[in-house]
Design a protein around this ligand. Structure first.
Ligand code: NAG
Ligand code: NAG
Ligand code: NAG
Length: 208
């Protein structure tokens, strides 16, 4: 009796399988193709970032900071520049909070407080310049804007970021500033300046 009840469903599901199997296979194959296509284009996008970064001042920092955005950059040189500037902006904000934290530390000498405040001012200027750069790069040529003039502005701002940063660490020269203050400021500032320099190389190789 148990055998009887099993036979019928089995033969039914056999029919259903015959019908469904091609469809299932089709679905599986389509998914596999999509996966293969996605992973190969994602590799293509990463290679694009790597190649573009290769011609910057700090190729390794460039690739490390941008490879996670490869699928959004999609081999588009303007998008690459937008992300390069955005990452620099993010790093400037990080530097700002790192240096702010430092300023709240106890036992700072007046000289150290002065150096820290000057650096915070410079970083704030960098943040503004980078915000303007990102927004201008996003709106390149929009509403008949003069692309060349926009690019010139962006390059001026990105260069100013490097100058601001260098000014900040130059502030250490000839002053009594402890390593505990110098090193963390220097580390975050140097990183921003290198990212800005890379962004500048990528912008320089944009052609319009
Ligand atoms: C990077 O540049 C070097 C030499 O300039 C070259 O050998 C290498 O193939 C390049 N790599 C990429 C990913 O373009
Ligand atoms: C900024 O700081 C955050 C949090 O620590 C970190 O995840 C991010 O990678 C940093 N960004 C840059 C560009 O350094
Ligand atoms: C800042 O860091 C850079 C790179 O790590 C180093 O070459 C430079 O000597 C440092 N400058 C100061 C003032 O510590």
């Amino acid at each position: 009796m148990g055998a009887q009840t099993f036979t019928t469903p089995t033969s039914n599901s056999h029919h259903v399988l015959t019908f469904l199997l091609p469809i299932l296979l089709l679905i599986i194959m389509t998914n596999m193709q999509t996966t293969v296509a996605t992973s190969s284009s994602s590799q293509t996008y990463k290679t694009y970032v790597k190649t573009a970064c290769n011609s910057t001042t700090y190729p390794l920092i460039c690739y490390q900071s941008l490879s996670s955005y490869a699928s959004k950059i999609k081999s588009n040189p303007r998008k690459l520049c937008i992300y390069a500037l955005s990452v620099t902006l993010q790093a400037s904000k990080n530097a700002s909070s790192a240096v702010s934290k430092l300023s709240k530390r106890g036992g700072l000498t007046p000289t150290e407080k002065g150096v820290i405040n000057d650096c915070l001012e410079n970083i704030k200027e960098s943040i503004d310049e980078l915000k303007d750069s990102v927004s201008s790069m996003n709106n390149l040529g929009v509403k008949g804007a003069d692309v060349q003039a926009q690019l010139d502005d962006i390059k001026t701002w990105a260069s100013a970021v490097i100058t601001d940063d260098v000014t900040c660490t130059d502030g250490f020269d000839g002053l009594k500033v402890s390593t505990a203050v110098k090193t963390p400021i220097n580390n975050s500032i140097v990183y921003v300046a290198r990212l800005a320099s890379n962004a500048l190389s990528l912008i320089d190789s944009l052609s319009y």
